[in-house]
Write a protein that binds this ligand. Structure first.
Ligand code: R5P
Length: 280
């Protein structure tokens, strides 16, 4: 068995290699002058665990080429997708749209026996696969990091409530979520109901930080309500543009993300949780 580390996740691949005590295959990945991708396996294996996110776009093609190369020599391929890019378009919102999350599944399953996705935006994405598909949950890794540090976990919206609930049960603290109330077509208020946040140490948790707008707003509101230290955590920290600066400037003490998208904020690893799902 070998781990095939795609360009998106070298650190996560190393962490998983340590957890599983499985070596990382020698591969060459290059780009031609026109940007096209070239991959070559310099190793042999009958069972490959490929780790590669479907974000940004160039990593998708690299994943397909890695799968193709591996499928020519291996009899089993498990694909780990740390960040399932294109997962947010998971249904038809308006006539004429594509369902990108489904299309991605169709393409990935062509050269795979199983897939593990770390916190997909919606769980029903698994139903798009006709091969064995599992979710790896990065919340426990984040919660362990915050044990003893916070008094409550807050979800920035109802969509993240289950994450907040799970994190709070591991940390052993309270949880709540922001309620959005539409005042007019352009004005929305956000508040945490039924909780006095004054002086409390709070962790705001979400699946994705993209532009940082959601988190910055949540931090700003909690600060205006005299919350104590405010921490922000997410599974997939994309930090588009100056997302991190926006959140820190709003009054956040520390930003923590996992290693599904590798940045300087990737302070916790999901490798342990992935390893638990890869029981051979
Ligand atoms: C939305 O459904 C997601 O859970 C995140 O709240 C969202 O993607 C965050 O985006 P941004 O950082 O751009 O506010």
């Amino acid at each position: 068995m070998k781990i095939i580390a795609g360009s998106s996740s070298p650190t996560l691949a190393k962490n998983l290699s340590k957890e599983l005590k499985v070596g990382i295959a020698d591969i060459s990945i290059k780009r031609f002058p026109d940007g096209e991708c070239y991959v070559k396996l310099n190793d042999k294996t009958n069972h490959a665990i490929i780790i590669q996110s479907t974000y940004p776009d160039e990593n998708i093609i690299e994943l397909f080429l890695l799968q193709d190369a591996v499928s020519r020599i291996a009899s089993r391929i498990d694909v780990i997708i740390p960040y399932y890019g294109y997962g947010r378009q998971d249904k038809i919102f308006e006539d004429g749209e594509a369902i990108s999350a489904e299309k991605m599944a169709r393409l990935i399953e062509q050269d795979a026996n199983s897939v593990i996705i770390v916190n997909p935006h919606k769980e029903h994405i698994l139903n798009f696969f006709s091969i064995e598909a599992k979710i790896c949950d990065g919340v426990p890794a984040i919660a362990e990091h915050f044990k003893g540090k916070v008094d409550a976990v807050i979800a920035p919206d109802k969509g993240a409530l289950e994450m907040a609930k799970k994190a709070s049960s591991i940390i052993g603290c309270d949880y709540n979520h922001f309620e959005k109330t539409r005042i007019s077509s352009s004005e929305v208020t956000m508040e945490v109901k039924d909780m006095d946040v004054k002086g409390k140490k709070l962790l705001i948790i979400d699946d994705i930080i993209s532009t940082g707008g959601t988190m910055a707003k949540a931090v700003e509101i909690l600060r205006s309500q005299q919350a104590g230290e405010i921490y922000v955590a997410c599974i997939h920290g994309l930090f588009i543009g100056n997302a991190d600066e926006r959140i820190l400037k709003a009054g956040c003490k520390e930003i923590v993300a996992t290693d599904t998208f590798e940045t300087s904020y990737s302070k916790v690893s999901v490798a342990g949780e992935i390893a638990k799902l890869l029981k051979y």
